[in-house]
Design a protein around this ligand. Sequence first.
Ligand code: AMP
Length: 299
Amino acid sequence: MKILVVGSVALDTIETPFGKVENVLGGSAVHFSCSASFFASVALVGVVGQDFPEEYLQFLSSRNIDISGLQVSKGKTFRWKGYYEYDLNQAHTLETQLNVFKKFHPRLPQKYKNADFIFLANIDPDLQKEVLKQIKNPKLICCDTMNFWIENKQKSLLETIERVNIALMNDAEARELCKTYSLLDAARKIISLGPRTVIFKKGEHGALMFTDSSHFSAPAFPLEEINDPTGAGDSFAGGFIGYLAKSEDLSETNIRKAVIYGSVMASFNVEGFSVNRLRSLTHKEIDERYEIFKKITNF
Ligand code: AMP
């Protein structure tokens, strides 16, 4: 087991201009794990309620995902309800039901504590810190977040960000957190807190990576068919960290490649609702899209 993720495991109800689904498999840790498991073994830490369908547990176990750290608690599973208009970059939250997350405290099985690559997916930053306290000596720690936590738990979130090597978030969240229009300025502010690298996800406009001395820009894959952007950020993180874990190379050149693998995985994820597109995805398709990325960015 190389990668450890803590994050939400959810039942999502989503409406986009292309369809509507109710109580489907979702959550930041789920989208991340399904994506990262194409590259390396993943251990998932989270919680679900007794209403969580057995079929979803079986699906996760059938992948390269260890769910022995997924607690099943009394009560209802975390639920998120949202919709998108034709601007698919903007998720509109209708309802967030924390349910079993209200009383959840991550307990890492002994074998998880030595994981090399840690992803603190979008979840209450207090819980992200509880995981940080339990891990031993990882090679890389990354985190993600969203507006809900920026608005409700900002102090705690900043304490998490201070302790990670790479911070990921979307551009609107970076602007909100750093109170600036300029992403360059936001990157400087975040790097001054502690991370050596920051990655801003910009939906259909790709991703920007900043270090204290460099800047890399990757486009998003131009897609004709998109059904559901939910989980794009987490599947990006899955491809990004998955590739780093597989290659075990944290040089800047390789981190740039990982950004492209992240973009490849996000581009597949948005083609279907929930994680459905990743169910049929093959390694050959991933490699082909990576090669197309090389062509479209070469000049
Ligand atoms: P993304 O589209 O990558 O930003 O993440 C989408 C996933 O985040 C959905 O599957 C939701 O279940 C999950 N989610 C939504 N709100 C929250 C929240 N406040 N905390 C944790 N996860 C959330």
